[in-house]
Design a protein around this ligand. Structure first.
Ligand SMILES: *Cc1c(COP(=O)(O)O)cnc(C)c1O
Length: 428
């Protein structure tokens, strides 16, 4: 067995498929969001504009959030000092959990070190505790939810993305008596579409199933107090478990679930991914709490984000760029080829000082490779114009297909233009 060679071959396989990932060396500049310093491989330093951050509202540089972080670290130290099992809970984390329960109008909340861990730990534990549970999982669920489903070891069926009829067929076949856990997301972050939450809750009632939703790409950004799409749609009380992150729109770090007292207490008591890992540091808990409180009352960030996302969609579409249909703040532009997607990203950075990470398989299906753009309140109209010009230049230089994107994730070329030979083999 040649160990080194095995790993080298594994890396080579990714390179051959043009999906070897490279992370840009960046330094975000607090106070100048969305600007950052990029350090190129040749040692060159350059100020660039980030267009793919999940710090969706720029809260990571909010002055009161930073000050909560630094003052709490000064007062309580850098780390948490241990797992909560061993060392108890630092008070800022107690306050944060109260804040989260209130945000989602649930009895209780439980914080994890990340959103990934919260999904993995909560889904697997809940499903394991339900006797003979069947998990019904949306086809496009995030890797962390799939990890939870797999980790539970229980039976699972995958329902076609957002397809209520398919979900109902599976529920009906399982019968009312069997324990069933429906797991899905509110905003799907690669396409920007939204789940029919109310209808899913109706089906859950009809067939006596439990519901678990991931609102990671919605918390802070939708609903009157920033609790997400369930709040916006008036259905928070109809979903059993709401999961979220403090790492995206709230701009900090950490994940959580909110639910009934009994469910939260059961996960707290049984989930290894909660029990056997050091708690979030008090500084991060205090910063997250400050951010959540701010967004509970402040609408300006949400309003501006929606406005700038809409502006971006309109301007790019008007320039003939293949903007994928999105119902949310996410603006995906289809390239439909892994190599060209990477080349487009490289050219944006090197020639135009614009950073947009290419999105390739397995994050999205093969043939649907894309640039995923996330405008924030701080991407002003001038930056949007600059982005549009840069994308048009890249599209023309690389000969990428312009046009509109149909429901099967294919580019329908502009009228009068020749049909490019670039059509993807498989749709989304
Ligand atoms: C990012 C993400 C997570 C994980 O959240 P982190 O806090 O970054 O670990 C979970 N679910 C979805 C849908 C995500 O996109």
């Amino acid at each position: 067995m040649n160990y080194q060679e095995t790993f080298e071959n594994a890396i080579e396989a990714l390179r051959d498929e043009k999906r070897y990932r490279v992370f840009a060396d960046l330094e975000r500049i607090a106070g100048s969001f969305p600007k950052a310093i990029w350090r190129a491989e040749n040692g060159l330093e350059r100020e660039i504009t980030v267009w793919c951050s999940n710090d969706y509202l720029g809260m990571g540089q909010n002055k009161s959030v930073i000050s909560a972080l630094t003052s709490t670290a000064e007062a309580m130290g850098a780390g948490a000092g241990g797992t909560r099992n061993i060392s108890g809970t630092n008070h800022p984390l107690v306050q944060l959990e109260r804040e989260l329960a209130d945000l989602h109008q649930k009895e209780a909340a439980l914080v994890f070190t990340s959103g990934f861990v919260s999904n993995e730990a909560a889904i697997s534990t809940i499903a394991k505790l339900l006797p003979d549970c069947l998990i019904l999982s949306d086809q496009l669920n995030h890797a962390s939810m799939i990890a939870g489903v797999r980790g539970s070891g229980v039976a699972k069926q995958v329902w076609r993305h957002n397809d209520l009829e398919h979900l109902e067929d599976l529920l009906k076949a399982a019968g009312n008596e069997r324990a069933k856990l429906i797991v899905f997301e509110s905003v799907y972050s690669m396409d920007g579409d939204v789940a029919p939450i109310e209808q899913i809750a109706d089906l859950a009632d009809k067939y006596n199933a439990m519901t678990y939703i991931d609102e990671v790409h919605a918390v802070g950004m939708y609903g009157e107090r920033g609790a997400g799409i369930c709040e916006r749609d008036g259905v928070m009380d109809r979903i059993d478990v709401i999961e979220g992150t403090m790492a995206k729109a709230f701009g900090v770090m950490g994940g959580y679930i909110t639910s009934s007292q009994a469910i939260v207490d059961a996960v707290r008591s049984y989930a290894p991914g909660f029990i056997f890992t050091t708690a979030l540091p008090p500084s991060l808990a205090a910063a997250a709490c400050t951010s959540i409180r701010h967004l509970k009352t402040s609408q300006i960030e949400r309003d501006m984000q929606q406005r700038q996302a809409q502006q971006t969609k309109e301007k790019l579409a008007a320039a003939g760029l293949p903007v994928m249909p999105s119902q949310t703040h996410i603006v995906p532009v289809l390239v439909a080829d892994p190599d060209l997607c990477k080349k487009a990203s490289d050219m944006l950075l090197e020639k135009h000082g614009i950073y947009i990470q290419p999105i390739n398989y397995p994050t999205v299906p093969r043939g649907t490779e894309r640039l995923r753009i996330t405008p924030t309140p701080l991407h002003d109209d001038g930056l949007i114009d600059g982005l549009c010009d840069a994308l048009v230049d890249v599209w023309e230089t690389l000969g990428l297909t312009k046009g509109t994107v149909d429901a099967n994730c294919r580019i329908v070329a502009e009228e009068g233009r020749p049909q490019a030979a670039l059509y993807p083999a498989a749709g989304g």
